[in-house]
Design a protein around this ligand. Sequence first.
Ligand code: SD4
Length: 288
Amino acid sequence: KTSEPLIIATWKNEKATIAGWNKLMETGKALDGVEAGARIPEADPNDTSVGYGGYPDRDGHVTLDACIMDHLGNAGSVTFLEGIMHPISVARAVMEKTPHVMLSGAGALKFALDQGFKVENLLTETSKKAWEEWKKESKYEPVINIERHDTIGLLGIGKSGEIAGACTTSGLAFKMHGRVGDSPIIGGAVFCDDEVGGACATGLGEFVMKTLGSFLIVELMRQGMSPQKACEEAVMRIVKRYKYKEFQIGYLALNKKGEYGAYAIQKGFNYTITKNGKTQVIESGSYM
Ligand code: SD4
C-alpha cells in the first residue's frame, strides 16, 4: 500500500511544509508541493541561507543553487544564479522546458529572464551588515554554524503516492565567489526514485558531494534498509573518511510506504513534517 500524502523538510520549516501541503492538497502533486514549500524560505528575508536575505559570498554576491526532481526521474537545477527570488522555480523550468538538467550562472539568469522571472536585489541590509562584519577578519574557513543553517530540502508524497524532492539555498555564507555546493547536484542534495523513495541533505555541501549522499541513501533503501538506517549509513560513510568534528551534515529520507528517518553528524539537526494537515518538528538523532 502506498503512503498518504505528506511533505517533509529539513530543519524547523513549518511555514514551508504547510505551504507545500496546501499546494499538494490543491493539485494532488508532490512536485507542486515541494516547489511551493521551497518558495517560502526563498522569499523570507530573515532566512539567511536561502534566497532573499541569504548571506552573500565573500565578494558580496548572493549566489543561489537549487534543484528539483520528479517521480518519473526528470530533474532540473540551477547553480551560481544571481538576482532571482525563486531559483527552485527556475530549476523546475529547466526540467520542464529545456533538454538539459543544469544551467549555471549568467546562462541560468538569461534563461530565467526569458521565462519571465524578474531580477531583484536579494542582498538585504542585515545580510550586507553581516558580510561587512565578516570582512573585518575575512576568515575563509567555512565553519558551520549549525544553528543558523536552514537550507531547505523537501520531499513529498503526492495523492497518487508519487515521490518528488527539491532543495534550495544561497549556499555557505561568505563562500568563494563561484563556489557551488551540493544543493543543485542531483544525487547529492536530492534524489528520488519512485520505486524506492527519496532523500535530501543539508550541511557542508562539499562532503555531501564527495559521498553523493542522497543517491547513496536511495540505493541503500532499495537494498532493503529503512530510511532511518540508510541515513545513518550515509553519515557513517562521511565519519569514517573525513574530519567530521568540524562540520555538520544532516540527511532526511522517505520511502514509498511513507516511513521516514533522519540522521546528522552533530546534534541540533531537526526536520518538519506535515501530514493529514498536522505539522510537527522532530529532533534528529546524531553521531556525536
Ligand atoms: C551548501 N548544503 O551550499 C548547502 C548549505 C546548507 O544549511 O545546507 N546550509 O553546502
